[in-house]
Every structure is written in structure tokens, then in C-alpha cells.
Write a protein that binds this ligand. Sequence first.
Ligand SMILES: NC(=O)C1=CN([C@@H]2O[C@H](COP(=O)(O)OP(=O)(O)OC[C@H]3O[C@@H](n4cnc5c(N)ncnc54)[C@H](O)[C@@H]3O)[C@@H](O)[C@H]2O)C=CC1
Ligand SMILES: O=C(O)[C@@H]1CCC=N1
Length: 255
Amino acid sequence: MGTSLLEGIIESGSYSADKIIVSDIKLDNDKLEGKYQGIKMTTDNKEAVKGVDVVLLAVKPQVMAAVLDNIKNSLANKLLITIAAGLSLASYQKTVPDSCRIIRVMPNTPSLVKEGISAFTASENASKEDLKQVKSLLKGVGEIVEVKEELMDAVTGLSGSGPAYIYMVIEALADGGVLMGLPRELSQKLAAQTVLGAARMVIETGQHPGELKDMVTSPGGTTIRAVEVLEEKGLRGSMIQAVKAAAERSKELNN
Ligand SMILES: NC(=O)C1=CN([C@@H]2O[C@H](COP(=O)(O)OP(=O)(O)OC[C@H]3O[C@@H](n4cnc5c(N)ncnc54)[C@H](O)[C@@H]3O)[C@@H](O)[C@H]2O)C=CC1
Ligand SMILES: O=C(O)[C@@H]1CCC=N1
């Protein structure tokens, strides 16, 4: 996820590569350094955060405590942005200096192609400038919305993890096309563009998805036969339960 954000941020022009230091214990130096002139790479988190104004943490929730403990002495007066699922603002505040402002963000991987959506929530000591900064950083990679912290687990279950559910839908649609005789490549193209087009219809017309579904569904036609199958097999119930399961897992990660 860190790489998706990094590449989206640089390519959208939100930040130039020569202002960024990437720290990762497993660095793929050649790849990023070759691609983005001036970007600095290190495996030393402590070194990386020393002279900067903004620190963005993109490690797994399970290693966050160790990473924070290692860098906490360099976080005074800095803006800390974290994209870790589940971890509350309070869980960081236990470790970082009081003067450190924290913004918790839940992005998603389509940020890589500037079609992401990120939700964020900020600590009380975050300034208007901090909010502006995070918005300008993330707006280059897609939509951005501010939410109350108690909604972050639900956001994680929906838009954070959601791209995976939709990739499964696209893969399954393509399999269906292949089953009915379409070549794989054509089938995948038809599937992906259908998902993209349907999403655009919801966003651009503002119509209820049920109403848009009805527009496709001719009486006695092909679509209603498929809708009957999807209802029998529990597509909508499965999606609702999937979002719930992921949101509950997000909550568990804070324990
Ligand atoms: N993958 C996704 O779609 C999303 C992930 N997130 C959050 O992003 C974070 C990263 O998740 P992924 O990108 O999926 O995991 P990942 O395993 O692909 O990336 C984590 C990176 O952290 C590095 N790393 C591990 N320990 C480190 C340490 N001590 N110091 C410096 N670097 C270290 C790893 O080498 C790796 O490159 C998680 O907190 C996750 O909850 C948030 C939204 C979406
Ligand atoms: O699977 C995960 O835990 C991360 C958080 C949201 C998307 N991926």
C-alpha cells in the first residue's frame, strides 16, 4: 500500500520525489531509485525521520509498536500520518510526544492509478494546516473524505479491503465469460470495463444502484434470470457479511 501511495503521490505531482525519503527493511532500491529521480532510500527508520516535517507510516499494524518505539524521540512537533488498519489515534498517543500531531488515514490500492478513496481522522492537536496538507497529499491519488474516528473500522471493511472483493467479482465474471466460450483476454476486458462503467454510472448519475439495475433488467429478458440466480446464491448478503467481517477484524487489530 505504501508503494501505491508513494507512486500515486509522486506521479500526480503532490510531492516531488527529491523531497521524499523511503525507509523499508526490505528495500527494492533499484526499482524506485531508477524510476524516481532524487528519491532517497534507506533501511534506517530513525535516520529517515530525523530531518523531515511529515512522517507517513505504512507498516503492518502488528509491527507498528516496535517501529514507533524506535522513532518516537524524533517525532516531536511533527505531523505523523498512519495508514495502518485498526490502530486508534490513542494507541499512537501512548508512545509519541504530546506535540506530535497524528492523522489516521485509510486509503486503498487504486491510489496507484489515482482512482483511490481515502478516509481520514485527525488527533485533536492537528491544525487546519495539517488537514490541508494531508488533503493535498492524498487528493492526487483519488477522493478523500474526513470521518469520525469511530467509523474508521467500517471504512476499512468497505473501501480499504473492498478492492479485493471487486477483483474477485471481475475474475469470476471473466470466468463466466470463458465458460460460455469467450477468449480469456476479451472476457477480462469485458468484465473490468463493465465494473468500471457501472461504478461511473452510480457516481455520475447519482441514481440509486437499484434503479440503475432495473434499467438493465428487461421484463422476461436475460438479466432477470441472472438476478434470480444471484439472489438465490446470496450475492448481496455475502457482500454485506464480508464488509462486516473485515470491519470486525479491523477493530480486533487495535487490541
Ligand atoms: N494493502 C492494502 O490494500 C492496504 C493496506 N493498508 C495498511 O497499510 C499497511 C501496510 O500493508 P501492506 O502494504 O498490505 O503490507 P506489506 O507487507 O505489503 O508492506 C509493508 C512494508 O513494510 C516493510 N516493513 C516491515 N517491517 C518494517 C520495519 N520495521 N521498518 C520499515 N519497514 C518495514 C515491509 O518490508 C513492507 O515493504 C498496513 O498497516 C495495512 O493495514 C491500508 C489500506 C489498504
Ligand atoms: O488486509 C488488510 O489488513 C489491509 C487493510 C485494508 C486493506 N488491506
